[in-house]
Write a protein that binds this ligand. Structure first.
Ligand SMILES: Nc1nc2c(ncn2[C@@H]2O[C@H](COP(=O)(O)OP(=O)(O)OP(=O)(O)O)[C@@H](O)[C@H]2O)c(=O)[nH]1
Ligand SMILES: [Mg+2]
Length: 312
């Protein structure tokens, strides 16, 4: 049986469940998840290896998670939307993910506008069906989207409960062309471990803080030393104001300790050794409005700088 492969981009509003879908389909925690919108800030690639089976196609899907589609009002927002555009470029199929419990919003139109510009075939995944008391509630949603010719197929799913995902995977493979294995079988992502560690720290901040603070925070790994049994990590948590710093540190340093302990346990699972994690909180005023700072935080840019330096 032939081997199908290609690039598939996930597109949708903030909070629709894109990252939950990526993690569920790849079977590994590659992206952080939170109930707060605009959690994902970079595109994240996950590789799905599907061995051929009886009457089932085999292949490799390079799945790209993207930030939620919104009208940006900062350099960070613009960068996030640029990440969505890069993710969409040249992909073979788009999975538009729609939260069936969400209210209609202008963001739906932004998503559809972006989709139309690509002319790439798409599937519509109606997500969070576990929250619907009856499936009949899907009908009005389907009616809204059925007239859009780019949508080739519709799937009700629950990314959280992993419901309906097998069917989606087979349909995706059918849609993809016969193609090569792009990545070796033991590779599930191209993200550097240190970036994933920074994200796991940010995930705890998203969990523990509210209002402005989680949005005003970014994390950069300042030092990462891998040993056989211990990984030493120092990370800077950047926020925009001293009042954010006060919250992040907490009374007697309690908040920072809580964030650090939970993140450390997650990072230990990721790297497979014990972790010594040191956190610092730094104030970088209005960093979200600084294109240079936002760019500096991009791990792809950080890698470019590193390899550039090696070449010199
Ligand atoms: N009940 C239910 N909750 C879900 C499902 N999929 C995702 N969620 C929840 O929805 C919230 C958002 O999930 P994410 O995967 O972070 O959403 P996202 O689209 O990546 O969000 P952004 O990165 O902010 O654009 C989290 O609280 C998830 O647990 C689902 O199928 N059912
Ligand atoms: Mg996300």
């Amino acid at each position: 049986m032939s081997f199908h492969s290609g690039f598939v981009c996930i597109l949708g509003r903030p909070n629709a469940g894109k990252s939950t879908l990526l993690n569920a389909l790849v079977g590994e925690k590659l992206a952080i998840i939170s109930p707060k919108p605009q959690t994902t800030r970079n595109r994240i690639e996950g590789i799905i290896h599907i061995p051929p089976a009886k009457r089932k196609l085999g292949g490799q899907i390079v799945l790209i998670d993207t930030p939620g589609v919104h009208r940006p009002d900062s350099s960070l927002g613009k960068k996030m939307m640029a990440e969505v555009s890069v993710g969409l470029e040249g992909c073979d199929l788009i999975l538009v993910i729609y939260d069936v419990k969400s209210k209609t919003s202008p963001e739906d139109n932004y998503v559809l506008e972006m989709l139309k510009q690509t002319r790439t075939p798409a599937f519509l995944l109606l997500n969070k069906i576990d929250l619907l008391p009856e499936k009949a509630r899907l009908l009005p949603i389907l009616e809204r989207f059925q007239t859009i010719p780019q949508f080739k197929q519709f799937f009700p799913i629950s990314a959280l409960k992993r419901d309906g995902l097998e069917v989606v995977l087979q349909a995706v493979l059918q849609q993809l062309p016969a193609g090569p294995k792009y990545f070796p079988e033991d590779q599930v992502t191209n993200q550097p471990v240190r970036f994933m560690a920074a994200e796991l720290i940010r995930e705890q901040i998203l969990r523990e803080t509210r209002e402005e603070v989680p949005y005003a925070v970014t994390v950069r790994i300042e030092n990462f030393e891998e040993g056989k049994t211990l990984t030493r990590i120092a990370a800077a948590i950047y926020c925009e104001r001293n009042s954010h710093k006060v919250i992040l540190v907490g009374k007697g340093g309690q908040m920072l300790k809580k964030i650090g302990t939970a993140a450390r346990l997650d990072i230990e699972k990721l790297v497979g050794t014990k972790v010594y994690l040191e956190l610092f909180v730094k104030v970088q005023e209005r960093w979200r409005d600084s294109p240079e700072f936002v760019d500096e935080m991009d791990w792809r840019r950080q890698l470019e700088n590193l390899t550039g330096r090696v070449r010199e």
